[in-house]
Design a protein. Structure first.
Length: 319
């Protein structure tokens, strides 16, 4: 058993390092015209069962997706392109944009993605085109993107610091206190300092945000009654989604040679070495962008529960 565990850790570690290399590769953001070679009848049936898993757990998926969006704003590689695109920096336009994207993603689950001219593939290509439109703007200015983002905020009269509430300031202070006593992983530093916008790694992180919560925190999202087989089918579906999002095989967040236990460990690698360090670099701009996306919930409540969920105690946010 111990040897199996060591072999699993080594296998997942090697794949994670390959994924990290994808930060230098620009994702194509194009849905291939043909199905992947590995999409045999068994994979098709697994994907169809994965759609049924989604339909039986729509609320949990919607809740997890919204949490991923709000907390994901702490990833500078994520929120800066959104700011520069100016599509979601003010309400109500931001709400409409996110609702439109959510409706298109819902369509991915409607029918067979590999079927020519299906609703699913048309919706996937629409989302890809939205990604390409932003990527085409930010990739040429990658070296000055941070400065360009600040200019957008100035030109639109958005002062993120002045819009912080008392609760926001307490949240940021609590996060800063944790950050000051935390040693940051080298993988995180490499990601934030040496990445191509809309890289293969960026897109794999986005892909993983829509299934990893249910593998790691199933009880929190109310999917504890879902079987391991159900989650395996859901992963099979998201492997297919990754392919049609234009993510290369070596960067797909669901590697074809991984079993379920590999995937749980893989998600843990990504959480500990990339996502949790990103959460510790929350700033006023990220808070502002998250609040433009908030619908029927309170941002600080979401932040408090999700930071606690991953092991970060925020002692002063709610006493």
């Amino acid at each position: 058993m111990e040897r199996d565990s060591e072999e699993r850790h080594e296998r997942v570690s090697q794949q994670f390092q390959k994924l990290m290399e994808g930060r230098h590769e620009a994702c194509s953001l194009l849905a291939p015209d043909s199905a992947p070679d590995w999409l045999d009848q068994e994979a098709k049936e697994a994907s169809r069962r994965g759609r049924e898993v989604y339909r039986r757990n729509v609320y949990a998926n919607m809740a997890g997706g919204m949490d991923a969006l709000l907390i994901g704003m702490c990833i500078h590689n994520f929120y800066r392109p959104l700011v520069y695109s100016q599509k979601t920096i003010k309400r109500p336009q931001s709400g409409m944009r996110y609702m439109e994207t959510g409706m298109m993603m819902y369509s991915w689950y409607r029918d067979d993605l590999w079927a020519q001219d299906s609703l699913s593939i048309r919706a996937m290509r629409r989302v890809n085109s939205m990604h390409r439109a932003v990527a085409d703007k930010v990739r040429p200015i990658a070296d000055s993107l941070e400065e360009e983002v600040e200019k957008v905020f100035r030109d639109t009269d958005i002062d993120c610091e002045s819009r912080l509430t008392n609760q926001d300031k307490i949240l940021l202070a609590d996060v800063e206190a944790i950050r000051e006593r935390t040693e940051l992983p080298q993988e995180y530093l490499n990601y934030v300092k040496d990445s191509t916008p809309f890289s293969e790694l960026d897109m794999a992180i986005i892909q993983g945000a829509f299934f990893a919560p249910y593998l790691m925190y199933s009880r929190h999202y109310g999917v504890s009654g879902v079987s391991r087989r159900d989650l395996e089918d859901f992963l099979a579906l998201w492997r297919l989604f990754g392919y049609y999002l234009g993510i290369g095989e070596s960067s797909n967040a669901v590697p074809g040679n991984f079993d379920f236990d590999d995937m749980v460990l893989y998600c843990d690698f990504l959480m500990e070495r990339i996502l949790k360090p990103c959460m510790l670099h929350l700033d006023a701009r990220a808070v502002y962008m998250a609040k433009t996306a908030v619908m029927i919930t309170d941002y600080n409540v979401v932040a408090y529960t999700k930071y606690r969920l991953v092991g970060f105690d925020l002692p002063n946010l709610w006493k």
